[in-house]
Ligand binder design. Structure first.
Ligand code: AFP
Length: 336
């Protein structure tokens, strides 16, 4: 049975004892994220009954229409880290500017988050997610310099998937772990110990509605990965939920890849670097996979703006390699 079924808090205590040199400041951050996730999961589960579906009527900093659950989840996450000294500052998809958190003046961490990923799914009972990445504070640096960090400097990252179950997945220096919410206990229990991503999968996730607008290299990849070649486990099957977290989680467990290339409507890509690409890239790399913008490792990119967008391809290492082979050499064409 191993440790499956133990609570998140017990797991964190045992892990700290197993790795005494591990950063002790990260456990309390995870505990607060778990608390916030329970509150968000409860509201997601009853949104249709308490008037929390639909739009707020505003747009967020990146121009996306804000759903009521976007705003609610952001308020829950900010509140979970206010006046407890756990975080110095926070970047959120739902806030125009970074926020220095009250009581965090002496904290040693900053967090970038997307409180609700997949907002287009809120009113159709689809899967939703939350994404977070945590960086150590740079002593003496400004709050902006502390937030505009490359993904490889993260010390903790993860996501919460609000779906058939509520699942918290995080990665740190020790590995990648998943905890499923037991609603009766009100506790996240260990359900996935030491997650590793398959080297290759048989699923791909992409919005094919844009495929006619993609670069020729990516279109060549799409033609290749959907070609009839049973000996090489092709064609891959398409799975696209509208929530990156849900599609990414499938790749993490069963293998495969997700990609969102640039298109005329998203010349720099649609996904945001700091609170989508970097945290999920950290999780996937810690699990043995890869994440890039089609040519460069996502975790190496240093953002210049907190809401900076990026093209993203993420998932099994062999699948991301195949994609990059096509996308970085537009004229290259493998035998189909
Ligand atoms: P929203 O949170 O605005 O719905 O965006 C979700 C997302 O960032 C990612 O989770 C999805 O995979 C992708 O965008 C969906 O984008 P398209 O609707 O353009 O396919």
């Amino acid at each position: 049975m191993g440790r499956i079924g133990i609570t998140l808090n017990r797991f964190l205590v045992e892990e700290q004892a197993r790795h005494p040199d591990a950063d002790p400041g990260l456990g309390p951050i995870l505990t607060q994220l778990a608390y916030a996730s329970k509150i968000i999961a409860r509201e997601v589960g009853r949104a249709a009954l308490v008037g929390k579906l639909g739009l707020m009527g505003d747009r967020n900093a990146t121009g996306d229409s804000q759903k009521k659950l976007d705003v609610f989840a952001n308020e829950v996450v900010v509140d979970a880290f206010t006046s407890n000294g756990l975080l110095y500052a926070m970047v959120s998809e739902e806030m125009d500017n970074l926020v220095e958190l009250p009581g965090g003046e002496n904290s040693q961490y900053v967090m970038c988050c997307d409180p609700i990923d997949g907002s287009s799914n809120t009113d159709i009972n689809g899967s939703l997610g939350a994404i977070f990445g945590v960086w150590p504070r740079i002593p003496g640096a400004s709050v902006e310099e502390n937030c505009l960090r490359k993904g490889s400097d993260q010390v903790l990252a993860g996501y919460v998937m609000f779906s058939t179950s509520t699942l918290l997945v995080y990665a740190n220096a020790q590995g990648v772990y998943g905890f499923t919410l037991d609603r009766e206990l009100g506790e996240f229990l260990l359900s996935h110990e030491n997650i590793t991503i398959p080297q290759r999968g048989h699923y791909y996730s992409a919005n094919l509605g844009h495929s006619h607008e993609w670069g020729v290299g990516v279109r060549n990849y799409l033609q290749w990965v959907t070609a009839d070649d049973k000996e090489n486990q092709r064609p891959y099957s398409l799975r696209y939920t509208g929530a990156l977290v849900a599609d990414l989680h499938r790749s993490l467990i069963e293998g495969g890849l997700y990609f969102y290339p640039p298109d005329p409507g998203h010349p720099d890509g649609k996904l945001r670097l700091l609170y989508e690409g970097a945290p999920l890239g950290y999780v996937v790399e810690r699990a043995g996979g890869k994440a890039s913008n089609g040519t460069s490792r996502i975790l190496d990119i240093v953002p210049t703006k907190i809401h900076q967008r990026t093209p993203l391809v993420i998932g099994s290492a062999d699948d991301v390699d195949e994609y990059e082979h096509f996308s970085s050499g537009p004229t290259r064409k493998r035998p189909l």
